[in-house]
Design a protein around this ligand. Structure first.
Ligand code: NAD
Length: 242
């Protein structure tokens, strides 16, 4: 195979066709809320109930969401690469579980997960599928100190060591459905280019860091990704366009 180890960074755009709204709508709101109210620690301190309810709604809605052809194409690529002695690591900024629902493995959630909570008192993170509130009790330390296990703006993403290893190891870097404005994820393409790795962007339109990519495929990821995966697996080369 032309490539042995592929790292795929996914963002909100890969889940858009599954009915989960993306983050940066043109008015700068996330599901009708200001980002600073629902995606910062300061916002949580100002109004914990509002923030709990915001993620409760998304967690409930996630139960109805299903992976789309883009998630499934990545799983197919992962399975085929494994048969050929290679690997695909998925680094996702998404807090949904659609890669897992599509039976992908090696999924690194750098911004946390909707189906997880973090105890501010004892620091434990654990799976959680129900609504949370200021009254929710941590089963480990028995304190009322649970918060959504989401990496908010100004907080340090999870698994950065593991991500760095995947970026160093890969011989192809792919970014799907990410706007290229949220760091450090937006900087991964620059790091890979410094190491002279080919970097591909899949998006509806060129992202903020588009000039760093070697090639871009524009259109819905649910259409372009399956076409790309078939081409790569059959021809063992990169398509000029899709
Ligand atoms: P973003 O919302 O900032 O950008 C989404 C990008 O996807 C845009 O560049 C858009 O052009 C592109 N896009 C939209 N529909 C697409 C499609 N069908 N096919 C291909 N591309 C498409 O997303 P981001 O860069 O991931 O940053 C937002 C942050 O918000 C993330 O860190 C994440 O934590 C959070 N978030 C997560 C979810 C989720 O879990 N599904 C949803 C919204 C926001």
């Amino acid at each position: 195979m032309l490539f042995s180890h592929i790292a795929i960074l996914t963002g909100a755009g890969i889940s858009a066709e599954s009915g989960i709204p993306v983050f940066r709508s043109e008015d700068g709101l996330w599901e009708q809320h200001k980002v600073e109210d629902v995606a910062t620690y300061e916002g949580f301190m100002r109004d914990k109930t509002l923030v709990h309810n915001f993620y409760n709604k998304m967690r409930r809605e996630l139960k109805e969401r299903k992976p789309n052809a883009g998630h499934i194409a990545i799983t197919h690529l992962q399975e085929e690469m494994a048969k050929r002695g290679g690997s695909v690591t998925i680094i996702t900024q998404n807090i949904d579980n659609l890669h897992e629902q599509a039976q992908s493995h090696d999924v690194i959630h750098m911004h946390g997960e909707l189906n997880s909570v973090l105890c501010e008192h004892c620091g434990k993170r654990f799976p959680y599928f129900e609504d949370t509130s200021v009254e929710s009790v941590c089963p480990h330390c028995k304190q009322k100190a649970l918060r959504p296990d989401i990496v908010w703006f100004g907080e340090i993403p999870y698994h950065l060591d593991e991500i760095e290893q995947a970026l160093f190891k890969c011989d192809l870097f792919i970014a799907v459905g990410t706007s290229g404005v949220v760091y450090p994820a937006a900087g991964f393409v620059g790091l890979c280019r410094k190491m002279h790795k080919p970097c591909l962007e899949f998006n509806l339109e060129p992202s903020a860091v588009n000039s760093s990519f070697t090639r871009g495929y524009y259109g819905k990821a649910g259409t372009t990704l399956p076409q790309f995966v078939e081409y790569l697996l059959q021809k063992d080369s990169l398509p000029d366009k899709l």
